[in-house]
Design a protein around this ligand. Structure first.
Ligand SMILES: [Zn+2]
Length: 473
């Protein structure tokens, strides 16, 4: 995958190179960790390579930053962009995929900066490793607006597989290692019970994949009632009930009332129906009495294989911008696209699916939960610990850094005279932090974590050698 300079040819001046220099703000000698590109305030800049947003938002020294991690298929390494006024200005967030050359931000002069410029740091292998000279790394690279748009196969959705006993023995652990994020596992075809549901499920979940079930719905004219089919599906799930997709493709055709009854019976048994799976000619022509609106069934998972070539999931993927994503079925665009049946995964040729979003978004689709109160009410202790460890702790663990990010002076101990924060009702940052901590404690208590008997520090189980947040009123 070709690299690109972050700014168009001839539009910038390199004002500081990767080398030792005098910091223009502090006047102290330091080594400059990257390259500075001077351009007018507000100039758009572009991703040097395809990758995933690893960090975005406030950051020491930069005011705001954006870090993109590039997989090996995109040339590897990691790029870091700094000094924007608002790193979120293009709508990016952590976990998003960006293509090489995609607009990712606007140049500012935030943080330690004497004038509008883009600071670019390049990490050779990954963030926190070894920094290398961006000009060397970009030598011979193209410029935004000159190269053809990145080819579609470089788009980066979440890939996943759907499996049944035809894939008996396939290692989903290996599939996960190859980048498959989820597995949708058959319980039943009509009343035929899949022998491998539980083994596939255990394999997938132990590997950390998101999972859901699916049932191939048969027309009662084929010999079994919808109720008998759902009973069989529930029996296969046993105590391992997962949200389910209804597979709508029986060659005998289906009536919209069959799908309705199927959904109702699952829900009566307490199983969430995520939505329906089908393909365009089927949904438009084989569901009586006529193409139904699909919203009542949940989300739509569409199958369309195109030429159905053989290859790796990423090589076969037509792209996040492909027209298939915009074609509605029953007035609803698909959320998952099964775009082939000959993908090479874990040594097999399997159906392959794409979801354009983050793992959290896919989890929300499968479970119906979001990170709101409902989710918290149902969250496990493990979930809460993970959220605190991954989301809260990195924000709170270094108060000095936060002060700098917020444009406040901070002494070496990280404390400052804080005038109050308008968005926080003129409370000080420390008040707000203390409030946030007490809210988290309340949440933890609500779900049965007895944090009253522990300190916040032991609850959060911090990563190696953090600084404790010192709370002041
Ligand atoms: Zn710089």
């Amino acid at each position: 995958m070709a690299r690109q300079w972050p700014l168009p040819r001839g539009t910038f001046t390199i004002t500081s190179r990767f080398a030792g220099r005098i910091n223009p703000v502090t006047g102290r000698p330091e080594s400059h960790s990257g390259t500075d590109f001077a351009v007018p305030d507000g100039t758009p800049f572009y991703a040097c390579a395809g990758g995933t947003v690893q960090y975005i938002g406030a950051a020491t020294g930069y005011g705001q930053w954006l870090v993109i991690d590039h997989p090996t298929s995109e040339g590897g390494g990691c790029t870091e962009y700094g000094h924007m006024w608002d790193a979120y200005a293009t709508g990016l967030k952590t976990g998003d995929w960006v293509n090489a050359g995609q607009l990712i931000g606007y140049v500012g002069s935030n943080g330690q900066s004497t004038g509008p410029h883009l600071h670019l740091t390049v990490w050779e292998y990954g963030h926190g490793g070894r920094r290398i000279d961006p000009e060397t790394w970009l030598a011979g690279a193209g410029y935004p607006g000159e190269a053809a748009p990145a080819p579609a196969p470089s788009d980066g959705p979440l890939f996943g597989v759907d499996v049944s006993e035809h894939q008996d023995g396939m290692s989903l652990r290996q599939a996960k290692a190859e980048g498959m994020a989820y597995a949708i596992i058959r319980t039943t075809d009509g009343t035929y019970r899949d022998r491998t549901y539980r083994s596939h499920l255990d394999d997938a979940e132990s590997a950390g994949m998101l999972t859901a079930a699916y049932h191939y719905l048969r027309n009662p004219s084929e010999g079994t009632t919808v109720a008998q089919q759902v009973d069989a599906s529930l029996a296969v799930m046993g105590d391992a009930r997962r949200p389910v997709w209804i597979d709508v493709e029986s060659p005998a055709g289906l009536h919209v009332d069959h799908i309705r009854e199927c959904k109702r019976l699952y829900e009566a048994a307490g199983v969430r129906v995520i939505g329906v799976y089908s393909y365009v000619p089927y949904w438009e022509g084989r569901v009586a009495p006529s193409e139904p609106d699909s919203h009542e069934f949940g989300a739509f998972w569409v199958a369309d294989y195109g030429r159905d070539l053989r290859g790796t999931p990423r090589a076969l993927y037509p792209g996040n911008g492909h027209a298939r994503w915009d074609y509605p079925l029953g007035n609803q665009k698909p959320v998952i696209w099964q775009y082939g049946s000959n993908a090479e995964v874990a040594g097999r040729l399997v159906d392959i699916n794409a979801f354009r979003g983050s793992r959290a978004q896919l989890e929300a689709l499968f479970t119906g939960r979001t990170l709101g109160e409902d989710w918290l009410a149902m969250a496990s202790e493990e979930d809460v610990r993970r959220i605190i460890r991954e989301e809260v702790w990195p924000v709170t663990h270094d108060t000095k850094r936060l002060c700098v990010q917020m444009g406040m002076d901070a002494d070496d101990d990280g404390f400052a005279n804080v005038p109050g924060w308008v968005q926080g009702g003129h409370r000080s940052f420390y008040d707000l932090l203390a409030t946030a901590v007490s809210i988290l404690e309340a949440i933890a208590n609500k779900i049965g974590l007895s944090v009253k008997t522990r300190t916040f520090d032991t609850l959060v189980d911090p990563p190696s050698n953090p600084r404790n947040p010192k709370l002041k009123g």
